[in-house]
Design a binder for this molecule. Structure first.
Ligand SMILES: O=P(O)(O)OC[C@H]1O[C@](O)(CO)[C@@H](O)[C@@H]1O
Length: 241
């Protein structure tokens, strides 16, 4: 694993965006796996700046990790809206080239199958990942077993509590999500894992240094041959670098 530690999330975001630029400019049909959450905002801000300075993204396909069950694409807290606000609308990417699970599909099992097909048809060149304080990647929550393909997941009380900051009423926080599975994530040719802040220091240590465990889903990344971990000093504090 290549571990890079930056002074600020914004410096780290520029580094991550340059890694994305390399993938985008080195292929005719690049496929980027995208994440949501506070962590990736500096990456998208930097990428938007690159596009404003001339980076062409018209040939890029994007595939997001997850979406809340029960939130329609136009719901303000949906991941569709997050992506639109922080990236898609700012770089004018064609909507038909972006993929997210549909959290209000009438048949969620069929939706998971449809999403697996999308991933099969678009092998991911670079997957962007954040990490939950409980070690989740996408919404693959700590469990006795990790699930390979796209699935509906019951969010853990810890994740629901963390997500509550984005909702005005506690009872509106979604209890379930559709997430890309662990095998789909591991099949990406390259992976970047980002984490910022003191509150991520412990889980970063456990994910990178403490063996591979299903109750720390991100630790499975130790098996991938091309992972870059992008941290700030606070999240790297326990690594003893
Ligand atoms: O970046 P945050 O807001 O700390 O969230 C951590 C992770 O949890 C998720 O929201 C769940 O998928 C990820 O998108 C994110 O990487």
């Amino acid at each position: 694993m290549n571990i890079r530690v930056f002074r600020t999330p914004s410096d780290a975001g520029i580094y991550a965006a340059s890694m994305l630029e390399r993938v985008i400019t080195s292929s005719e049909r690049p496929v980027i796996g995208l994440a949501t959450g506070e962590t990736v905002i500096p990456v998208y801000d930097a990428l938007v700046n690159f596009v404003r300075c001339g980076l062409n993204v018209s040939h890029v396909t994007t595939i997001n990790l997850d979406e809340y069950v029960g939130l329609a694409p136009d719901h303000p807290q949906s991941y569709h809206q997050f992506m639109d606000e922080h990236l898609f609308s700012r770089i004018g990417i064609r909507m038909q080239s972006t993929h997210l699970p549909n959290g209000v599909a009438p048949d969620l099992a069929a939706e998971c199958e449809r999403y697996n097909e999308v991933i099969r048809n678009h092998p991911i060149d670079m997957q962007v990942l954040g990490i939950g304080v409980n070690g989740h990647i996408g919404f693959n929550e700590p469990s006795h077993a990790l699930i390979t393909g796209t699935h509906v997941v019951n969010l853990t009380p810890e994740t629901i509590a963390m997500n509550a900051r984005f909702f005005s009423r506690k009872e509106d926080v979604p209890r379930q999500a559709i997430t890309m599975g662990i095998q789909s994530i591991l099949q990406a040719k390259q992976i970047m894992l980002l984490a910022f802040g003191e509150h991520k220091a412990d889980i970063i240590y456990r994910a990178l240094k403490d063996g591979i465990r299903t109750d720390v889903p991100a630790s499975i990344l130790q098996l991938h041959k091309d992972v870059t971990v992008i941290l700030d000093r606070q999240s790297a504090a326990r690594l003893g670098l």
